[in-house]
Design a protein around this ligand. Structure first.
Ligand SMILES: Nc1ncnc2c1ncn2[C@@H]1O[C@H](COP(=O)(O)OP(=O)(O)OP(=O)(O)O)[C@@H](O)[C@H]1O
Ligand SMILES: [Mg+2]
Length: 371
């Protein structure tokens, strides 16, 4: 549940979002202020916490990671603050807590949103005084100088509203806030990440690295990645384990990815026949061209019918499970274009209701291989 590490970490990506994250990391590293990192599971919260530590003046000291989820209060409190001999059954000797083990270093409290109400009070008291009181001791034992970085995939303001998280603690933790967007909102990072992890695992498992077919890459781009980068990393490892060195086809991908790939294939040109719709979708889905340069001018010059535009939108919605925000990324537009894009569709009566494209998907919280 906890680790003390200084190993190298990498933040891969070329999206605007990743560039912003890197700038924010450097900015956070220059100060000693508390950082709260939010984002869905597997988006890289721990990677960011480690980079902040490694690039900070505290890098020579330790980074201690404590996962607050799934531990009874007494264990978590003892891990963090330590205990004195005889304070509970099995406490044979005094034991320092992890906070004491990182003097002048950083403590990363992961899944802080899972802390019980009582532990939230204990943490708040520590943040107010900087004093460590071991379990069973009647006064504080010492003061420590540690920097606190916390992370959660919960929506803390919502948790506060429903009475599950203390507002005063939130304000203490939320000094520098970094929100990491899900992978589907920075889909342009997928090829780079997949390439990196495929090479990494093929080298590790000593197998030949396969070439990735264009249709396979399309399937990776069209997928929603509910488990974000951890899920992508696991997919790359599974593929590496099965690799024979042959070109990687869409059918070699896990089934949940193939379903999306079929929608993309439906948009691919059939032999000997390329319609306007097929040509446009190919340019966007395979060649990375933006909707604004591929489709928009043609439609505005009336070289494309509304029905053709609707069909293009339909193909996009089929690939993204009815999600217009994802469709914006799929059609290579920056996230900020979302409103403009929907406005354009509405103006020309091409805004299709998304509901019929929705299928029920489960959002797994944990994947087999923890990163
Ligand atoms: N930008 C990135 N470049 C390379 N690898 C990444 C990147 N972001 C995340 N990873 C990898 O993805 C995996 C998940 O990242 P991490 O553990 O930091 O996610 P998390 O947000 O803490 O997830 P959780 O909420 O489930 O704890 C790790 O193996 C990490 O190395
Ligand atoms: Mg984590």
């Amino acid at each position: 549940m906890s680790s003390v590490t200084n190993s190298e970490v990498q933040l891969i990506g070329r999206s605007e979002a990743v560039r912003t994250i890197l700038t924010d990391i450097d900015c956070a590293a220059r100060s000693g202020a508390k950082v709260l990192i939010t984002g869905e599971t597997g988006v890289g919260k721990e990677v960011v916490a480690r980079l902040i530590h490694q690039r900070s003046a505290r890098a020579a000291s330790r980074l201690v990671t404590v996962n607050c989820a799934g531990l009874p209060d007494s264990l978590l409190e003892s891990e963090l603050f330590g205990h004195v001999r005889g304070s509970f059954t099995g406490a044979y000797r005094d034991k320092p807590g992890l906070l004491e083990m990182a003097p002048n270093g950083t403590v990363f409290l992961d899944e802080v949103g899972e802390m019980s109400a009582r532990m939230q009070v204990v943490l708040l008291r520590f943040l107010e005084t900087g004093e460590i009181q071991r379990i069973g001791a009647d006064r504080s034992h010492t003061r420590v100088n540690v920097r606190l970085i916390t992370a959660t995939n919960r929506d803390l303001p919502k948790e506060i509203a429903s009475g599950n998280f203390r507002e005063d603690l939130f304000f203490r933790l939320n000094v520098i806030r970094m929100h990491l967007p899900p992978l589907r909102e920075r889909i342009e990072d997928v090829p780079l990440l997949f390439d990196h992890y495929l090479t990494y695992y093929c080298t590790q498992h000593r197998v030949e690295r396969p070439e990735v077919a264009t249709a396979t890459l399309d399937a990776l781009l069209a997928y929603r990645w509910p488990g974000n980068i951890r899920e992508l990393r696991n997919v790359a490892e599974r593929i590496a384990l099965k690799s024979t060195g042959a070109v990687l086809k869409p059918t070699d991908l896990p089934s949940e990815l193939i379903r999306t790939s079929e929608a993309v294939a439906a948009a691919a040109p059939a032999v000997g026949q390329t319609s306007q719709v097929e040509d446009m979708t190919t340019r966007m889905l395979r060649q990375g061209e933006s909707f604004w340069s591929a489709v928009y001018p043609v439609f505005m010059q009336r070289d494309m019918t509304r029905d053709e535009l609707r069909r293009i939108i339909e193909i996009g919605l089929e690939s993204t499970n009815g999600n217009y925000r994802l469709l914006v990324a799929l059609f290579n537009m920056p996230p900020d274009d979302y409103k403009r894009f929907l406005g354009f569709l509405r103006k020309h009566s091409c805004h299709l209701p998304f509901q019929r494209f929705r299928t029920i998907t489960r959002t797994p919280r944990n994947f087999a291989v923890a990163g």
